[in-house]
Write a protein that binds this ligand. Structure first.
Ligand code: FCB
Length: 444
């Protein structure tokens, strides 16, 4: 059977504000936690910052033309909160909102559906100074910001994503200290997770109120988790890991409760939850956004605090430049599992892609491993659709090479190569492959 996707399948590409925009000090933009974090020595590889990035803030018309040349049906981008409200709360910066207004108009004129992420990690620094996400006030700050953006754009934007990967925000930012704001505090991390979820729930009702037929979802980074062996101890470790990365976010959103096994593990570290919170968090959503890159294989390890699970790298596997195993089967299994356990009304892959060490040769980038990665993951998604999973679209991460957080510019995820010295864009072979996939609505 030919690998053809359902009619109207939404083929897209994704980016995020801090990773591509640059223009960090222009038109009244305020400071974000990623500005502060990346400018603090030792946090980002090679001292890279998002000050210039892909200069998309100025080059967006060209970038939209590029998307159009690939035939993209949709584009997922995020809004920089400190561009819109420089101090996080209070005065709105008209120039900041105008930028997104123009971008949305430009996309629509090119026949590209905007999918807007409201929070992709660039919290205004002024709000971090007031305690950031571990402070319960963050829920109200976010609600005000969401109201401002949706009042301006919801006459044209239909698809909204409240948060991108709250697990990463909470734990990589507040427990591991690897992302902004660089904290290492388990209690703060769990409290941040709860506030991110609560702010998601409130945003859902604001977006519905302001938007005519708004389609609202949340994007979670989800893994397929396998035990390192069939020893019962490893199987239990995999269950704990699943609680931490997957169920801790899926259960409250879809079932209105936190997973009790994971909460018991947390003990005194468990977040403070007020009455009514879980009801708000579980406000019905229209779709679940799934970011899938790899699976997670874990072994029981009593020396690891709380989780007692250790990541294991299968020796025979293929790995990307991030050190992530290439495992398309995990996408298929994850989608089937989501359908079985949570039955979301619709699903989008909001990110999937891979970093490889790309080289420009005679003006071309022959990134055959990325082509293979995408082909295999598209095929896995297609199998899940055949079996009834309501997957409506697929966003490749990323449209452009960009600022890969703590790795700076050293990891290239784009299907379009960016020469950072000249800001020249070069379509990689994967972009040409994707163009053909979109044209055929399936694997050619
Ligand atoms: C995800 C992020 C995205 C990008 C990819 C590689 O965790 O959402 O911004 O960095 O990883």
């Amino acid at each position: 059977m030919a690998t053809i996707f359902p009619n109207g399948f939404v083929w897209g590409a994704a980016t995020a504000s801090y990773q591509i925009e640059g223009a960090a000090n222009e038109d009244g933009r305020g400071e974000s936690i990623w500005d502060r974090f990346s400018h603090t020595p030792g946090n980002v590889l090679n001292g890279d910052t998002g000050d210039v990035a892909d200069d998309h803030y100025h080059r967006w018309p060209q970038d939209v033309a590029l998307m159009q040349s690939l035939g993209l049906k949709a584009y997922r981008f995020s809004i920089a909160w400190p561009r819109v409200i420089p101090d996080g709360i209070g005065a709105v910066n008209a120039a900041g909102l105008d930028f997104y207004d123009r971008l949305v108009d430009g996309l629509l004129a090119a026949g590209i559906e905007p999918f807007v992420t409201l929070y992709h990690w660039d919290l205004p620094q002024a709000l971090q100074d007031r305690g950031g996400w571990p402070n319960r006030d963050s829920v109200a700050w976010f609600a005000d910001y969401v109201a401002v953006v949706s009042r301006r754009l919801s006459d044209r934007v239909r698809y909204w994503i409240t948060h991108n990967e709250p697990w990463v925000v909470a734990f990589v930012g507040h427990l591991m200290g690897v992302h902004a704001p660089g904290m290492r505090d388990p209690k703060a991390a769990l409290q941040a997770a709860h506030h991110l979820l609560l702010s998601h729930g409130q945003a859902v009702s604001i977006l519905r109120r302001n938007g005519n037929g708004a389609q609202v979802g949340i994007t979670l980074n989800l893994s397929w988790v396998d035990p390192a062996s069939d020893r019962p101890a490893d199987i239990e470790a995999a269950r704990r890991q699943d609680g931490y990365v997957n169920r801790m976010f899926l259960d409250p959103v879809f079932k209105g409760s936190y997973p009790s096994d994971f909460m018991e593990l947390c003990g005194d570290l468990a977040p403070r939850i007020e009455e009514g919170d879980l009801q708000q968090i579980s406000a019905p959503i229209d779709f679940l956004g799934v970011n899938y890159y790899s699976r997670s294989v874990v072994a029981d390890d009593p020396n690891i605090p709380i989780l007692r699970a250790r990541a294991v790298l299968p020796p025979e596997a293929e790995y990307t430049e991030m050190g992530w195993e290439v495992y398309p089967e995990g996408l298929y299994r994850l989608l089937r599992r989501l359908q079985e356990d949570y039955a979301p009304g619709a699903l989008y892959i909001t990110e999937n892609g891979a970093a490889f060490a790309d080289r420009v040769e005679d003006g071309r980038v022959h990134d055959e491993r990325r082509v293979a990665y995408l082909r295999e993951h598209f095929a896995a998604a297609w199998r899940a659709i055949q079996e009834g999973v309501p997957l409506r679209g697929y966003f490749v991460w990323s449209l452009l090479d960009n600022f890969e957080w703590a790795y700076g510019y050293s990891k290239r995820f784009g299907i379009v190569y960016v020469d950072y010295a000249t800001q020249e864009r070069i379509l990689k072979d994967s972009a040409l492959f994707y163009r053909d996939v979109i044209a055929a609505n399936g694997l050619p």
